[in-house]
Design a protein around this ligand. Structure first.
Ligand SMILES: Cc1cc2nc3c(=O)[nH]c(=O)nc-3n(C[C@H](O)[C@H](O)[C@H](O)COP(=O)(O)O)c2cc1C
Length: 300
């Protein structure tokens, strides 16, 4: 069975990665799951400067999911290099740095500062965060800006460049095509869906940021539809995520056009979800007579 996926000039050993913001920088999960078995670790977003993020509370549970408004809290590039890279250097699985910023130049600066680090396999560019006032979603909803940002980052690195798309747009395929046009090697679909919940006893929104990003099983059909539509619109690999809790969920994404998948919110329920999802995919492949991941791609 061949579980590998090629992105640009590099190989992911298997299709099951762990999603940005739900797995820290890997070290936090080392006692809880076998990191060497992961297809990829997508790190928490890194910005040029450290960010404290939004006021607490930043998470609230909802029916079949949760809403977060973390606001890209992170250690910044300098501390990422001094505190996080030494551990990431010890890992055998691919580490994909999730990059965020407010201005085009911020994204570029992160990549310039870290690109010579061997521990970094490639980049996932977060143009889809709904929880920051500037940047993030502002880039990800405008095809022209997406193409411009992608092509300017493309000049800076030979490593795989994955653009992570938001579902909070009218036509996600227009954004996907713009990223492909700009030189992206793959697309990740989807980031969280804009959501809101109200505490009826306090008679106010559940989180101070009022709205946030909905994740978990509630958004799985949104993610699958996005992957299906995007994979028909572009010819680069699509990495699917949103609400994957088990092997069957992952197979739904793969059959719908994903070449790989990521586990997000499920890591909070069971930190070892990824190994169970991989086992589920293998069992399904055996049962269906599939011998490689590309047998799934574009199945219908
Ligand atoms: C607490 C939390 C923090 C997140 N932080 C990031 C982030 O820093 N960068 C990013 O691109 N996506 C971030 N995301 C989005 C996830 O990577 C993923 O796209 C989304 O949660 C949908 O997948 P899921 O339903 O499996 O969680 C975050 C999600 C959660 C729940």
């Amino acid at each position: 069975m061949d579980l590998s996926i090629k992105i640009r000039n590099k190989i992911l050993p298997n299709p099951v990665g762990v999603a940005s913001g739900t797995f820290g920088y890997g070290e936090e999960y080392a006692p809880l799951t076998d990191l060497s078995a992961l297809g990829a670790i997508y790190t928490k977003a890194v910005t040029v400067e450290p960010r404290p993020g939004n006021p607490l509370p930043r998470l609230v549970e909802t029916t079949a999911g949760m809403i977060n408004s973390i606001g890209l809290a992170n250690v910044g590039t300098k501390r990422f290099l001094s505190e996080k890279i030494p551990f990431l250097n010890t890992l055998s699985c691919p580490v994909i740095l999730n990059v965020a910023g407010s201005l085009e130049e911020d994204y570029a600066e992160v990549i310039r500062r870290v690109d010579d680090q061997e521990a970094i396999w490639g980049y996932e560019v977060n143009i889809s965060c709904p929880n920051v006032k500037k940047g993030g979603l502002a880039f990800g909803t405008d095809p022209h800006q997406v193409e411009r940002l992608t092509s300017s980052l493309r000049q800076l690195t030979e490593k795989p460049l994955i653009m992570k798309l938001t579902p909070n747009v009218t036509d996600i395929t227009a954004i996907a095509k713009a990223a492909e046009q700009g030189g992206a090697d793959a697309l990740a679909c989807i980031n969280t869906v804009m959501g809101m919940s109200v505490d009826i006893h306090k008679k106010k929104p559940s989180i101070p940021a009022v709205t946030g990003g909905l994740s978990g099983p509630a958004i799985k059909p949104v993610g699958i539809a996005a992957v299906y539509r995007v994979s028909k619109a572009v010819s680069i690999p699509v990495i699917g995520l949103g609400g994957i809790m088990n092997g069957d969920d992952a197979v739904e994404y793969l059959l719908s056009g994903a070449s790989a998948i990521q586990i997000g919110t499920a890591n909070f329920v069971d930190p070892d979800t990824s190994s169970k999802v991989l086992a589920g995919i293998k069992a399904y492949m055996e049962g269906s007579g599939f011998s490689k991941i590309s047998d799934f791609h574009g199945y219908f």
